[in-house]
Ligand binder design. Structure first.
Ligand code: ADP
Length: 526
């Protein structure tokens, strides 16, 4: 018979919710600044407004579990709603303002939003939604809400939030189909924020000033609205004007240390940074995600002394899940070889698991060459889509998310995404990575941007064609082939070049290959 008392867990059982992040922002970091296109405020003042907005939401009849939508650019007011809605126990639906009208109607209706708050200037796009969406009772502007909040009392009785309560819903941007709803829990947002801040992940601190160029409506603003205030890092928002000139001004005037966005944003800023018009000396890093970082982009920013930190994630992974930080074994590599490492995708974040799976569903070895579909799982990875069983059974298996990204894994778990499975070009039974081929084409001095898509071929099934934005006179097909010799295998050489003024982009600034495939749908190559 044992004489010792039975042992139970003696640690605090506080639920992991957005509340402790908010409390820390409101008290410990009250003096932290938040800057947007309209002016400056502090985390302390902003928190006070959050508590008033909770009161207003309740007066409007919003109850725990209700969905409240935002339709807005990045601003302090949008950030307030990132807190007020989940703190009221409701669910924040960050609607992508760049969706088509039918898609907006679809997501608002599908999520069952009861209230929608829009930027004043965006109201025309949503003011009639109450007629189309039966659950939607009210569409109001940010100014109306602020007006009501100004005369409301700050709430003193926030609900006891449970960690498994839904805190937000974000729809995928629809790069590969209709938007799909991903429901975040309080717990997932809390652990995601903790993980994001780890030194080998983002490594944020109170001394940082963060500029999320990534919209707050895209994949939860990369979780920065929670991760930054959790560490005390300050937040600066550009609003609707994400032009290179405005970003350059903000980075210079606000002494930004960390800025995050899709590759095209940093491609467009590069000329100003190179000419010295943009002072980027305050930047510790540029966070690049949403699409693979092109090699020339990393080389050019490296030359300016601003390292690119490549991040991988999906709406389904809340969204940050991987960073391309070199590992211990890379420490003696020279700069060029380290860049090679940084151009791969990286190591899955601590807290998540990743694996590579073959067509037959069997896990592939971590041998640095076997390519299969990347799958991942963990406390901030979705296990299903909201109210969509058919798609859920396609994209999830045994609790794992099937990412649709094809990758290989090195023996220590450092992986590289070679392509989206839908974007691989299948030529004569062999795969061509559109990403690698694009990177090689973009290295050409007269190519500014390049996107590779597969075009139907009688003999090979599919052949790569490259859509190019030239810098000056575009290279001919023969010149391009000559340039690519020694850079990629000969059978990868694109069969044709299509010159355009601008590459079609998705609502979040990624190359829209769906549009390009449609553009080239009538073409048949020999
Ligand atoms: P959507 O699926 O609608 O484009 P997401 O933002 O969720 O919206 O996109 C996630 C996808 O973006 C990933 O599955 C991957 O294909 C791509 N992606 C994101 N980051 C990277 C990266 N660093 N390298 C390569 N691909 C990336």
């Amino acid at each position: 018979m044992t004489t010792s008392a039975p042992m139970t867990d003696l640690m605090g059982g506080q639920p992991l919710t957005i509340r402790p992040i908010f409390d820390r922002m409101r008290t410990i970091y009250a003096d932290g600044e938040v800057v947007d296109a309209t002016g400056r405020t502090t985390y302390g003042e902003l928190s006070e407004r959050v508590l008033r907005i909770v009161t207003v939401l309740r007066e409007l009849g919003v109850k725990p579990g209700d969905r409240v939508a935002t339709f807005a650019n990045n601003s302090a007011r949008h950030l307030e709603l990132y807190y007020a809605i989940p703190l009221a126990g409701a669910v924040l639906h960050m609607v992508n303002i760049r969706l088509y009208a039918e898609q907006i109607e679809y997501v608002v209706q599908h999520a069952g939003d009861v209230v929608l708050v829009a930027d004043d200037d965006l109201l025309p796009a949503v003011e009639n939604l109450t007629e189309q969406c039966p659950d939607l009772r009210l569409v109001m502007t940010m100014s109306e809400l602020a007006g009501k909040a100004a005369v409301a009392a700050p709430t003193t009785d926030l609900p006891e939030l449970q960690e498994e309560w839904p805190s937000g819903i974000c729809y995928t941007s629809g790069t590969t189909g209709m938007p799909k709803g991903v429901v975040y829990s309080h717990r997932s947002m809390y652990v995601h924020a903790m993980a994001a801040c780890m030194a080998d992940h983002l490594g944020l601190s109170e001394h940082d000033r963060v500029l999320p160029v990534v919209p707050l409506f895209h994949a939860c603003g990369w979780g920065l609205p929670y991760a930054a205030p959790f560490t005390g890092a300050e937040l600066v928002f550009a609003g609707a004007d994400t032009s290179p000139a405005n970003l350059a001004r903000i980075i210079r005037e606000e002494r930004i240390t960390f800025a995050g966005g899709v590759p095209t944003i940093w491609t467009q800023l590069l000329p100003l940074a190179k000419s010295g018009e943009a002072d980027v000396s305050s930047l510790r890093a540029l966070m690049v995600g949403g699409a693979a970082t092109p090699r020339p982009l990393m080389e050019e920013w490296d030359a300016l002394g601003v390292p690119i930190l490549q991040l991988w994630g999906m709406t389904e992974t809340a969204p940050l899940a991987c960073a391309s930080r070199p590992r211990r074994r890379h420490k003696d590599l020279d700069e060029e070889a380290r860049r090679e490492v940084r151009l791969k995708t990286g190591t899955i974040f601590a807290g998540l698991e990743a694996r590579i799976v073959g067509d037959d569903g069997v896990e592939l070895p971590w041998d640095g060459e076997s390519v299969g579909e990347l799958e991942c799982r963990g406390p901030w990875v979705a296990t299903a889509y909201y109210d969509d069983d058919a798609l859920s059974s396609e994209k999830f298996r045994d609790g794992w998310l099937r990412t649709g990204d094809m990758a290989f894994m090195e023996p220590d778990g450092y992986f590289k995404i070679v392509d989206r499975s839908k974007d691989l070009v299948k030529s004569g039974g062999e795969w061509i990575s559109s990403l690698d081929l694009e990177a090689a084409v973009m290295a050409h001095p007269r190519v500014c941007e390049a996107a590779v898509v597969g075009v139907r071929s009688v003999r090979w099934d599919e052949r790569p064609v490259v859509v190019v934005v030239p810098e000056g006179e575009p290279p001919t097909v023969a010149e391009l082939h000559e340039f690519l010799t020694g850079r990629v295998a000969k059978w990868w050489f694109p069969d044709d070049i299509v010159v355009v003024d601008e590459i079609p982009k998705t609502s979040v600034g990624k190359y829209d290959k769906k549009v390009m495939r449609t553009m080239l749908a009538d073409r048949v190559l020999p």
